[in-house]
Design a binder for this molecule. Sequence first.
Ligand SMILES: C[S@@+](CC[C@H](N)C(=O)[O-])C[C@H]1O[C@@H](n2cnc3c(N)ncnc32)[C@H](O)[C@@H]1O
Length: 172
Amino acid sequence: MNSYAFNQLQLVAEDRVVEIGFGGAVVVPQLLRDAAFVCGVDRSQDVVDAASRRFAEAVRSGRAEFRVGTIENLPLPDATFHKALSVHTLYFWQSLEAGSRELARVLAPGGQVVLGFLPKAHMDRMNMPVDIFTPREPNEVIAALQGAGFNDVEVRRPTAETAWLVATGVRR
Ligand SMILES: C[S@@+](CC[C@H](N)C(=O)[O-])C[C@H]1O[C@@H](n2cnc3c(N)ncnc32)[C@H](O)[C@@H]1O
């Protein structure tokens, strides 16, 4: 899912990209390879510390930054990114609307969001603990992105057999 979501970003060399809930930083090397600047935001201090150590060279040279923060209250200025990515985090958002509004706020007009997630129908079969995971319906994700100011919102399933989905949209 990370690899497919990453490809949907279609990064160009000038892009400033933010990844929210980057966890083990599986796509950060590719983000650093293809974008001008990479910002990672995660609510876990441990995750932020680990990425800051692993990508210390990029941080030192001003090409990367890792910060503690949440999707509901991103510690970032308005309209400063071209692309935003978040994979396997939607189930932890306190509110789809609040998260989508924050993504719209930090993206410049024309900026693109990419969200990878397992849909509710699949999560329900996995018996994930309901006190931790809030499964999301694709139509809820679409409505939240549209309501926050994204156009061309689409949910893609790469193949009929693929369990996970990727939602994309373009900031108005
Ligand atoms: C399941 S992991 C996914 C990590 C990575 N994106 C991946 O797909 O491998 C979820 C990550 O999101 C972070 N997270 C959870 N809720 C968050 C929130 N509301 N705001 C920011 N980060 C959050 C967690 O700390 C964790 O690192």
